[in-house]
Design a protein around this ligand. Structure first.
Ligand code: G
Ligand code: G
Ligand code: MN
Ligand code: NA
Length: 253
């Protein structure tokens, strides 16, 4: 059995579900959540998205999977808003393969309108590892996404090869500092200075800076000192199922 074979039937078999990792503002309030896909297969067990997303991209299954995820997400998050009595930002990972599909934005807007989701509550995370040769094609799509009121976040920042000139071109609202830099922050002067520089560059472009994979109070305190705005990591919470997320949000209030 291969991931590809099983993935084809995973949607029908209801094996795919979402978990949500809280994103916390510097003042301790909830900024939003990142939605992360999970897959539990009867034969393969839990398969990490790091393993099946690349297969889904290579086979084109990512388009069907992406639609399935978005549909499900928008409905589930609306229920959570109602249960906790407030709204918050929803961040969704979007693969470059999805972004470059002709009807991506049209399909997304249809789903959004069907459930009357507020576009300004939706942040699309695109990875910094987007191929430079695709930029000319992707840029107008990113601009249309912004024009519809959605926000854009640049994921895995610092690990790709985008230059500063790319940053000036992309209509990005938020930079996500990759976990690799957060890990080294307290030990390596080089990484400490790099993180400070990333934060300052982002600020110059009026972007929010989110630090990923923050696991300790020491990391959060240092990052706050450098001006980081939002924190996501095990220090605050692991990715949570719907009911656990509701309990987490209630505990913050
Ligand atoms: O949740 P976890 O750390 O295991 O995720 C691993 C990788 O899978 C991350 O890089 C993340 O961006 C990607 N990923 C998780 N959920 C989704 C999703 O819903 N869509 C896409 N395209 N990628 C996802
Ligand atoms: O690449 P992307 O940023 O989309 O993936 C986020 C992934 O990072 C999620 O799969 C999540 O499980 C993982 N993650 C988030 N916070 C932490 C953390 O504090 N420590 C570790 N080890 N992983 C984390
Ligand atoms: Mn992400
Ligand atoms: Na990331």
């Amino acid at each position: 059995i291969t991931i590809e074979q099983e993935l084809r039937s995973a949607l029908q078999k209801n094996e795919i579900y979402m978990v949500y990792q809280p994103q916390i503002n510097a003042d301790g309030t909830l900024h939003g959540v990142e939605a992360l896909v999970r897959w539990k297969n009867e034969k393969l067990g839990f398969v990490s998205p790091a393993d099946f997303i690349p297969v889904a991209e290579a086979t084109g299954l990512i388009l069907e999977l992406g639609n399935y995820i978005t549909n499900r997400l928008l409905l589930e998050i609306k229920k959570i808003y109602a249960e906790v009595g407030k709204t918050f930002q929803l961040s969704v990972n979007v693969s470059i393969v999805q972004l470059m599909e002709n009807h991506f934005l049209k399909n997304l807007l249809e789903m959004i309108h069907k459930v009357q989701f507020d576009t300004s509550l939706l942040t699309l995370e695109v990875t910094e590892r987007l191929p430079i040769e695709d930029l000319d094609y992707v840029l107008p799509i990113l601009k249309s996404i912004r024009a519809e009121g959605m926000l854009l976040s640049l994921d895995d920042f610092g690990t790709g090869y985008s230059s500063l000139s790319v940053l000036t071109k992309l209509p990005i609202n938020e930079l996500k500092i990759d976990k690799a830099f957060v890990d080294e922050l307290l030990y390596s002067n080089k990484d400490k200075n790099l993180v400070k520089t990333i934060i300052n560059i982002g600020k110059n472009f009026s972007m929010d800076i989110l630090a990923e994979g923050t696991e300790s109070k020491e990391q959060v305190d240092k990052l706050k000192e450098y001006g980081c705005d939002i924190f996501q990591g095990y220090y605050y919470s692991k990715p949570l199922k719907k009911e656990d997320l509701i309990a987490f949000i209630r505990s913050l209030q």
